[in-house]
Design a protein around this ligand. Structure first.
Ligand SMILES: [Zn+2]
Length: 440
């Protein structure tokens, strides 16, 4: 009798076990199919909205499918709705933590796609609504009184005649890199940052980039990720290049910023894990907040304050610039950084048509100490990319706060790189950076 019971229990166990296995395989097959349709849909959107797909490094067949089946915005909306409907049939509680990341990622990116479709159709929304729907973040409101208070505290840092903006502009002029040395300094910085990054992150052996200096662009620099761990980096030389921008831009666009981020996504997530949905990077999506946040944090990751000053002094020597005031430059820039929240505040008022372009330029100069040319360039970026500006500030804050919560200090360099590396190991969303465990 006992033997019969034993056999029956084993039979039931095996039936349930194999049924569960079969179910898991079915879920994976269905999910992979859904992910492939998601990729084609994003590429189809990219065929209409030319700046939408920032990078694609997946199989050629999906690109060919998107190109041979061009669909309208209405059809894109219907297809996105249908994918969301199918996604919602899954109960995410049955997924392991890693698959939950995958599930939520596709869902959020599809909602962002729907919001972008509405904008391309001509239904522009308020700045905060747009940034929330597409990027899942909202830049905090700040008042003019708060701006005045920060400016007052900065006053003593830059004594002299004229407005604070004029004094900062005059002081910063002393750090303009002579034009003929700009390419040399960028190459020096890139070499040093690639060396530093390789100490902590194993980069694919075939990773490489090429560098181009361009003009007449709404942005300061751009990383065009081409796949196969290859980036085309462009630096815009429309405006004077300041010494501090050399490391800011190199870290942001290349090492350990965008080039390393995209290479890691391609290697770890797309090639090794087979998550095809991450082979397409839609610019107007929550992923941009994490990508820009990591890129903006990159310079703090790569250098301590002292290391940065030391390296910038070397750059000064090469470019025949006076290196005596580099320490003071960073004391002043630390103060000016406190004005960053006012950039989004002015942009929000401009985008929502509360103020016009002339007023926005004036306010940007007054509250963020930009030169007139920098303020105008910044607004031309807003004219092109809408609320994308929030990805830089809010992305940086999310990464910085995450690192602080995890106990990162300027001294524990190894730990800082370890956490950063972990952030490169999945298609994380802004909400993931509010948690203590990324894969919960
Ligand atoms: Zn960027």
């Amino acid at each position: 009798m006992q033997n019969i019971l034993k056999i029956s229990l084993i039979t039931i166990f095996c039936t349930v076990f194999f049924a569960c296995q079969k179910k898991t395989i079915e879920i994976r097959i269905n999910f992979s199919n859904l992910a492939e349709r998601y990729v084609v849909l994003q590429l189809q959107m990219g065929n209409i909205d030319k700046e939408y797909v920032d990078a694609y490094f997946g199989p050629l067949k999906y690109k060919q499918m998107a190109d041979s089946n061009k669909i309208s915005l209405t059809e894109i909306r219907l297809a996105a709705d249908s994918l969301l409907f199918e996604l919602k049939k899954y109960n995410e509680n049955f997924f392991n933590p890693l698959w939950k990341v995958r599930y939520r990622y596709i869902k959020k990116e599809l909602y962002a796609l729907l919001a972008r479709v509405a904008i391309v159709e001509g239904n522009r929304k308020a700045f905060n609504t747009e940034s929330n729907e597409i990027f899942n973040v909202i830049a905090p409101f700040v008042t003019d009184e708060e701006a005045e208070k920060v400016l007052k505290n900065l006053d003593a840092l830059l004594p002299g005649e004229g407005t604070l903006q004029e004094r900062f502009e005059e002081f910063h002029k002393g750090f303009i890199v002579p034009k003929e040395f700009v390419p040399i300094l960028f190459r020096m910085a890139l070499e040093e940052l690639r060396r530093k990054t390789k100490l902590y992150i194993q980069l694919p052996s075939s990773e490489k980039f090429d560098l181009e200096f361009v003009n007449d662009k709404p942005w300061g620099a751009y990383n065009w990720y081409k796949g196969y761990f290859n980036s085309h980096i462009q630096i815009n030389t429309d405006l004077p290049m300041y010494l501090d921008r050399v490391l800011d831009l190199t870290c942001h666009e290349a090492y350990p910023g965008h080039h390393v981020y995209h290479s890691s996504i391609e290697k770890i997530i797309v090639r090794d894990s087979g998550w095809v949905e991450c082979s397409v990077y839609p610019l107007y999506s929550p992923q941009s907040v994490v990508s820009e946040g990591l890129a903006n944090y990159a310079v703090e990751l790569a250098f301590t304050k002292e290391e940065r000053i030391e390296f910038e002094k070397k750059l000064c020597d090469v470019a025949d610039m006076n290196s005596e005031k580099v320490e003071r430059l960073h004391r002043v820039l630390k103060g000016v950084k406190k004005l960053e929240p006012f950039s989004n505040e002015v942009v929000r008022r401009y985008y929502d048509k509360v103020i016009n372009k002339v007023q926005a330029v004036e306010l940007l100069m007054k509250y963020t100490l930009r030169t007139q040319a920098q303020a105008e360039k910044f607004l031309s970026f807003v004219d092109n990319y809408g609320s994308y500006t929030v990805t830089y500030s809010e992305g940086y804050n999310l990464v910085k706060n995450y690192m602080a919560r995890m106990g990162v200090t300027e001294e524990n360099t190894h730990y800082r790189w370890l956490l950063y590396k972990e952030l490169l190991s999945g298609p994380f969303l802004p909400s993931d950076l509010l948690k203590d465990k990324l894969k919960d």
